[in-house]
Design a protein around this ligand. Sequence first.
Ligand SMILES: [Zn+2]
Length: 316
Amino acid sequence: MENNQVSSKVSSKKIVAIVLAAILVVGIIVGVFIGINAHQKNVVSEEVKKTCGEPIKVVATVNQWGSLAKSVGGDCVQVDTIISGTGIDPHDYEPTADDISRISNADIIIANGLDYDDWATKSITTDQNHYLFDIGDTLGKKAGDNPHLWYDPNNLQYVIETLHDLYKNRTDLDSAKKAFDESYKAVSSRMTDLTNKIWQDSSNTNGKNYAASETVANYLAEAMGMENKTPENYKNAAENGSETSPQDLNTFLSILKNKEVDFLFYNTQETTSMTDQIKTTAEDAGVKIIDVTEQKPDNFTDTIDWISSIVDNIIA
Ligand SMILES: [Zn+2]
C-alpha cells in the first residue's frame, strides 16, 4: 500500500513533468511562429493588395509621428519608425547606415523638422517618388521655435489632415481612397474627443502656473491655458543647451519651495542630476509633477491616446 502510494506520487510527478515539457514545446513553436510573422510584416496579404494596391511605404523619424501616420493610413500604409522608444535622446541621435537606407527607400518621409531630426533630412535626396513631409517647415515654424510640435493639438490635427491628403494623392484606386477616408474618419473623431477634452478640462487649468524641466510639453500646457513660470534664465539655458548657473537653479528651486507653481512638467527622457534635484524639490513641496517624454511610450497605440492620458493626469 505504502509502495503504491510512493509510485503513484512518482507517476504524478512524471505527468507534471511531461505536461510542462509539452507546454514548453508548444511555447517554442508559437514563439518561433510569432517571430516569423513579425519578420514577414512587410509581406502584403492578397486582401490588402486588392483594396490598396501596393501599400505606401512611410518612414517616420520618431514614433510620435509614425504612430499617427499608421492610424491615418490604416492597412494601405506600411510605417517604419527610426526612433520607436523612450530609451534614447532624439536630439543627439546618430543614424546608422541601415537607418539612412530605410529612409532613402520610403515613398513618404515624415520628419519633425526644426533641427529635431536633421540627422535624417540632411543626408537624403528627395523628389516626387521620395516625398519629404517636414512638419515644422510646412507649419511655417522657424529654427529656434520649440520643436516639440506633437504636444500642440492644432499641430496634430494639421498633420492628420495633411497625411490624409498625401496618401489619397498617391493612389488611383477608388478602393484605396475609400479606405483612407474611413481610417481618417476614425482618427478625426478620436482627435475631436481629445480637443474637446483639452477645452473642457482647461476650465480647471486656466490661469494655473507651471514650470518645466525642459520645453517638451509647453505647447500642451499653453493649450490648457496655463502660464509658464519657469525662471527666464533657466528656460533660456535649457532651450540653448547651455550650462545653468547655480543661481538660476536656486531661483527655480525657490519657486518650487514656495509653491508658486501648480505643476512641474518633468521630461523623464532627458534627466540630469540637476533635473533630479528639481523633481525632488517639487515632490517635497507638494507641487504636482507631470511626467512627460519625447517619444510615445510603448503602451499607447498612437499619439492621440498618449496625449489624452497626459491630459487625464493633469486634471486628475
Ligand atoms: Zn526635447
